[in-house]
Design a binder for this molecule. Structure first.
Ligand code: HSE
Length: 385
């Protein structure tokens, strides 16, 4: 439905992203903040602040709910309530969308309202909207790239300055890039949710988050970075999925990229995400993947799309997608405090502070690393690209 009056928005959350959205909306005449709900209300906010979601759900003048509180609860109940009440929902909440994908997509379809989450993957990049446009015309066979601003900022800072992991993380938090719980950035949980949502839209199905293999960067040390520099490689946290026969491969892992790959040059909080279409080949999308204004910008763009008549999710295909990473093989850098039988059989080269393996499958090495951390909690692996 195209609007012939200003969109009336209830804004859930006035934090880093929420306040950015609020500021953008102040400059518009085609959208207005009817009210906001937030534990903390920054100085200068003049819209009515409501205390209960029921006040929003029962207010028929409110057509759109923007959810930027993050987390699973109460976001899940509030978003479900809003869709059930026939209101459009625009959210940046990747945890919520990845976890309750089928239910929320089906509910928005049943109620005939928009559910949009472009800011949930790629920060300010028009990634999900471009992916949707491609997937509608053309089989998408692969997606891959840098999809977490915080970890890219940390890795880039460590490579550039030789500084510590802890200092780089502190700075990423100060700049508003990290999640409320930064462990989700570091252990790969955040990027995994983005890969799940992207894969669902790309391949037209539903991936179970737990099936996606994930290795984060929480165990990386400055000695690893120094070793990668000697190898002439740059460490990046890469998410990748690809279509296989009857299933998909989907995984996240630190990866040692050569200078010839564009990913090696991605600075600060930027993301670079690529799709490969069957006929069109590779297309890449680049921009700030985290932070107040980039993320708020994509929330605003979703509002503009809904205002222009968009009244659904990016796809309504909900068949389960099976994940199998056993056919994806690469050599890996491994730093651990000893060599067990499994590793011994796969050594290709001993390095100053680690080991380079022969090609091994994602399934095998991810399982090995998890087991290995029971005796060496600082064990770190990274694939060689
Ligand atoms: N913590 C996330 C990131 C925020 O660093 O990418 C944007 O999704």
């Amino acid at each position: 439905m195209k609007y012939n009056k200003p969109m009336r928005i209830a804004l859930l959350g006035l934090g880093t992203v929420g306040y950015g959205v609020y500021e953008f909306l102040q400059k518009r005449s085609d959208m207005e903040v009817a009210c906001a709900m937030s534990l903390v209300v920054p100085d200068g906010v003049t819209c009515p602040i409501v205390k209960s979601i029921d006040e929003i759900l029962s207010d028929e003048s409110i057509d759109t709910v923007v959810e930027v509180i993050g987390g699973l609860h109460p976001a899940y109940e509030w978003v479900k309530g809003a869709l059930s009440a026939g209101k459009n929902v625009i959210t940046a909440n990747k945890l919520l969308i990845a976890r309750h994908y089928s239910e929320l997509v089906a509910l928005s379809k049943e109620r005939g309202v928009a559910l949009r989450c472009t800011a949930a993957a790629g920060g300010g990049i028009p990634w999900l909207t471009s992916l949707k446009r491609c997937a509608e015309q053309e089989p998408v066979i692969r997606i891959s790239g840098i999809m977490n601003g915080t970890t890219n900022f940390i890795l880039d800072t460590m490579h550039r300055t030789g500084g510590s992991f802890a200092d780089a993380l502190k700075e990423a938090q100060r700049l508003g890039y990290a999640e409320a719980n930064p462990a989700d950035d570091l252990n790969g949980a955040d990027i995994r949710r983005k890969l799940v949502i992207s894969s669902n839209i790309a391949y037209g199905g539903v991936v179970n988050e737990d099936d996606v293999a994930v290795e984060g960067i929480e165990h990386i040390q400055d000695v690893d970075i120094a070793a990668f520099k000697r190898m002439g490689r740059v460490c990046k946290l890469i998410a990748a999925s690809r279509k296989l026969d009857g299933c998909i491969a989907a995984y996240i892992e630190p990866s040692l990229v050569p200078p010839s790959m564009p990913e090696s040059a991605i600075p600060d909080n930027y993301n670079l995400i690529s799709l490969t279409g069957q006929h069109i080949g590779k297309q890449s999308f680049y921009g700030q993947g985290a932070g107040r204004y980039p993320t708020a910008y994509n929330v605003l763009q979703d509002c503009v799309d809904v205002l222009g008549g968009v009244d659904c999710f990016y796809t309504d295909r909900l068949e389960p997608l099976r994940v199998d990473n056993s056919s994806v093989e690469r050599p890996y850098y491994v730093r651990t405090n000893g060599v067990d039988k499994w590793l011994q059989a796969r050594i290709d080269k001993m390095l100053d502070c680690g080991i380079m393996t022969k090609a091994v499958s994602v399934t095998e090495i991810h399982a090995w690393a998890k087991e290995r951390r029971k005796t060496d909690s600082s064990c770190f692996i990274a694939s060689l690209r």
